[in-house]
Structure formats: C-alpha cells, structure tokens
Design a protein around this ligand. Sequence first.
Ligand code: ATP
Length: 383
Amino acid sequence: MSAITMKNIVKQYGDGFPAVNDVSIDVADGEFMILVGPSGCGKSTLLRMIVGLEDITSGDMVIGERRVNDLAPRERNLAMVFQNYALYPHLTVYENIAFPLRLAKMPDGEVDKLVRDASSTLELDEHLERKPGNLSGGQRQRVAMGRAIVRQADAFLFDEPLSNLDAKLRGQMRTEIARLQKRLGITTVYVTHDQTEAMTLGDRVAVLKRGVLQQLATPRELYENPGNLFVAGFIGSPPMNFLPATVEGTSVKLPFGSVEIPADRAERAAGRGLLIAGIRPEHFEDASLAAEEERSGSTFSAKVETVEWLGNETYAYIPFEAPDEVREQLQQLEKDLDGDSLRTQLVVSLDGSSRIAEGEDAEIWVDGGRIHLFDPASGENLT
Ligand code: ATP
C-alpha cells in the first residue's frame, strides 16, 4: 500500500482557465480521501491524473516513493472502480474477479486462492458462477472491488461509484464501502459531488471549486470551521443560511435582530463594516424548547411564512431582505454552489415537537456561539 502525494498539480486544456489549478494534496498510507465539489470543479480530472488516464500539465504526482507523471496507467499499480463497474457481461463473477490475474498469466492454483480469498472478504462466495447481469447493483460493485483486491493494488480510486443507484441502495453501498476500506486498510481516493458521501466516508475531504482546492480537512472540521463562504455553503444540509451582518461590540446585527456572540469571535470581525453571517439551520431552536443551558444564545421574534413538519424535526421559513451591498456576492455564491437563485429566506430547523405555525410570530432562539462571519469580498471566514 502507498501514500499518494500531489504537488502543485496543474491541468490545462486549451487556453481557458485551468481545470485543475495548483492543487497539493497528501493522501496518507491507508487513508480514505474524498475529492468533492460541484460539477466542473476538476475532481474527475484530478483522479484521472492520479491513475494515468490524463497527462499532467505541471506538478509532481508521487505514489509511494515513485514519481509517476510519465508512467503508463498499468505501471502505477492502482485499481480504479468506475461508475458502471466495467464488468464483462459474458464472464462469471469468478472470471471477472480473476481477469487481471489471467492477464498476468498467473498459474490456476494461485488464481483460485486469490479469487476465493477476495470473494470471501466481499461475501460473494455464493455468486461466483453467476453472470453480472444476474446480480444486484450492490453485488456488481463488490465484484468490481474484488477485481481490484486480487491485483493487490497500492490504492483504490473511485469515480462517483454510487451515482447510478437509487437512494436506498446508495446508502447501503456507502456503508459497505466504508466497512471494506477500513478492513482492507487500503489507500483510497474517492470522487463525488455528494456531500453526504463526502462527510460519511472520508477520513479527510478535499473541497474543490473551479480547479482550486478550497479546504482540506476532516469532515468535522469542515462542518465546524469552514474556511470560506463556498465550503460553508457546500457542506451541510439543508445548507447554511447567509445573511447580511454588522458587528457592534459583542453583538451581531442581523436582519431579524441582534445576537450576542463570544467576545473572541466578535473581536476578530470588528471594524470591518458589512459582513456576511453564516448560521446553520440546526443552530436555531423554538425558544420555548431550547434547553436551559442553551439560553446563552439570543431569542428573536419573526413571522414564519412556511412550516414543514418532518416528524423528528420542523423546518420553518422566514423571509428577509438582502441589502444591495452584499447581493452580488450572495448571488455569485449561489452560482458557484450550483444553486438556482438568491435565497431570501431564512431556513430554521426546530425540534419536531415545536408548535410553531404558518403566518404567526414565533420566538426563535439562535446559538450565538456558532455564528460564522465572512468577509464579503474574499469570502474568508473571520471567526
Ligand atoms: P463532473 O462532476 O461534472 O464530472 P468534475 O468536477 O469531475 O465534474 P472535470 O470533469 O474534472 O470536473 O472537469 C473540469 C473542467 O475541465 C471542466 O470545466 C471541464 O469542462 C473541463 N474538461 C474536462 N475534460 C476536458 C477535455 N477533455 N477537454 C477540455 N476540457 C475538459
């Protein structure tokens, strides 16, 4: 197994802006690394450069101790698992898994041992004589992984392997991939545009936007301390609310009222004029339900336009006006995030027992300790 080091990697197609722009990422031996970002951010191109399907314009790609820039894909000893699994329909599961070993002209006895070991790890023993056409999507995925395992590849590379599956199967396969990766301890790079996959699978996650690495961190760090507006808006569901804000002393003035925030946060954002505040929907609560210890935040009154009750939680939608000074930045952010249009309503996620009703004024509590403040020009998180 091997670490993968990407150093100042650039990919330039023609003369547009680079598809991958000076990206440096170290994937540790045995680590599960996610490359995530909206369509066109360069994540697939980066993966294809690791595996050798795409030339590297500049920078160094190092796998283990070897610089592989000029090595053909088969010389890199990596195993790529594609979205469509690339299985041979006329071959049995056994022969599909054995395929790379047959190519390498391995004796039958050794082939048999490796295939049986892999199929037992992947719980495919019962299906060895079947053809891919008679397997479920999840089983096909495991066959594709089996083929990678028998080759004893230095790393697994996945390109959106679950995007063809329905939501239920996607969830199951996600758990399965995570379990197998941990068990095999194999270095893995996994491309997805799905932030749930990124958060649940990754030891660390690299967030990309238009070819540029935005942040490389653990899922928890991305959620709790997003480095900029883009990462803040990309990670989290429903997405973080963005609101115009000004800081006065230790309070943040927001469209619906003032909220007290910790002094150190306020200090870092002081004297900067109009900022963009970011508050996750789950950091609000129905004031009547907020626990005693949560009362340290602030409560405000707002007219709720729409309520969605999901049983365990309630979403309430509260309209607000975005002032002209930050309209353009927020609009650009929505575009970067593949959103439709400027969001002009606050989304708050409350406990399912909340009795908040549409069209009424509600008392809403907000956790001042978890408000982020962003510089509108650079997008940098100041808190
Ligand atoms: P998606 O999720 O849609 O696959 P992505 O994040 O994987 O997107 P890439 O496929 O890596 O993005 O593409 C990055 C950029 O490079 C895009 O702007 C794309 O149009 C461009 N690009 C990709 N392949 C080529 C190519 N062969 N020639 C020219 N431009 C390309």
